[in-house]
Design a protein around this ligand. Sequence first.
Ligand SMILES: Cc1cc2nc3c(=O)[nH]c(=O)nc-3n(C[C@H](O)[C@H](O)[C@H](O)COP(=O)(O)OP(=O)(O)OC[C@H]3O[C@@H](n4cnc5c(N)ncnc54)[C@H](O)[C@@H]3O)c2cc1C
Length: 386
Amino acid sequence: MQHYDYIITGAGCAGLSLLKRMMMHKYFCNKKILLIDKDKKNNNDRTWCFWEKQQGVFEDIVYHRWQQIDFYTDDFSARFDLQPYQYKMIRGIDLYSTVLNEAKQHTNIDIIYNEVYTVFSNESYAVVKTANNEFHATYIFNSIIFNDWKQQALLQNNIHILLQHFKGLMIETNEDVFDERIATFMDFRVDQSNGTTFVYVLPVAGNKALVEYTLFSEKTLQQDDYDKALENYIYSFLNIKKYIKTHTEFGVIPMTNYNFSEGRERIVNIGTAGNQTKASSGYTFQFIQKHSAKIIDALLENKNPLIEKNAFDKRFHYYDSILLNVLVNKKINGDKLFAQLFKNNLPQTILKFLDNETTLTEELKIMNSVSLTTFLPAAIKEIIKF
Ligand SMILES: Cc1cc2nc3c(=O)[nH]c(=O)nc-3n(C[C@H](O)[C@H](O)[C@H](O)COP(=O)(O)OP(=O)(O)OC[C@H]3O[C@@H](n4cnc5c(N)ncnc54)[C@H](O)[C@@H]3O)c2cc1C
């Protein structure tokens, strides 16, 4: 039986963000670390976008960044300067290959490609079982969702579940048609009959952009429906008649107030499996970065790396539940809600709020900017369940 100091199960965003930070600190040089994934991670299967004020750990692989964003609905449209924030894009393949190549230079890090069957723990050590092996560790950092969480969530009557589903196309045109300094953050001027629906347009060059058709709803669409909607948007809104597709991506992110377990004993859940997906927006990348940083700090201080939710986290969980309540029960259309938010608040405050970093005063101002008759009943219902 091989024993490791740390085992990281899942070499996706969370696993590799944590490993990257471990490789940045001398403290971890003589710790035995094992990384396990069933996949070689050599596909560009996703593109992460997020906002940040300062330089991040993955600054070197930021593929593109924008300081200005456009926001569109039928009722309200505007261009915003995000300063001091930048909206940044990182390609999945760049993060996977950078961290995995760096890890291969470290003799204290083993990488194996195998399916993980289960992880479990007692007070003294944690165990990973793969198809043909068993490994022990002082701590396991796990990003694999083993159970059918939706089944469990449906058994609880206070849980809302929406899916954020999207199809994105990287398109290239012969001529320059985009302004690569400006990203379309949300364009709601599209059909809203399938749920809250909007399009991102993320230009990375004058002739190249990622166009992503995104919905918040209960069910995904047929692939054909995303394709038609994208074709229509590119033709009618971007006014582009001729282009080639250089990359396609499809994703589904859970938007739920279901509590994924933070872990227990010597297992620390990370990433979506560890509750790092923001329930009301689906944004996860920056929450993973903050969580990884906290885990590293705890390990460096010889503390338990299982980071418990604090009152601050609980407050934002409550806001997320209210927002989900309103969207799931169709009390207001998403386009109207986001229009109210962007019309009445600085974009910087909205981004801070979506980062769970606002003060109570800022939150009250945001609440005051949206329809009280819509939100108050939902807020009362959610506080009763809390
Ligand atoms: C297409 C797409 C685009 C996204 N875009 C954004 C974005 O722009 N901004 C943002 O903030 N969030 C985004 N997200 C949400 C979130 O950031 C990502 O899902 C992110 O990858 C979550 O990180 P994770 O480590 O929790 O999961 P993953 O990155 O999915 O990593 C989990 C890893 O576990 C491995 N694994 C799973 N089961 C097993 C098993 N049984 N045995 C061994 N290995 C296993 C998988 O192969 C994978 O490598 C996006 C999600 C998707 C799907």
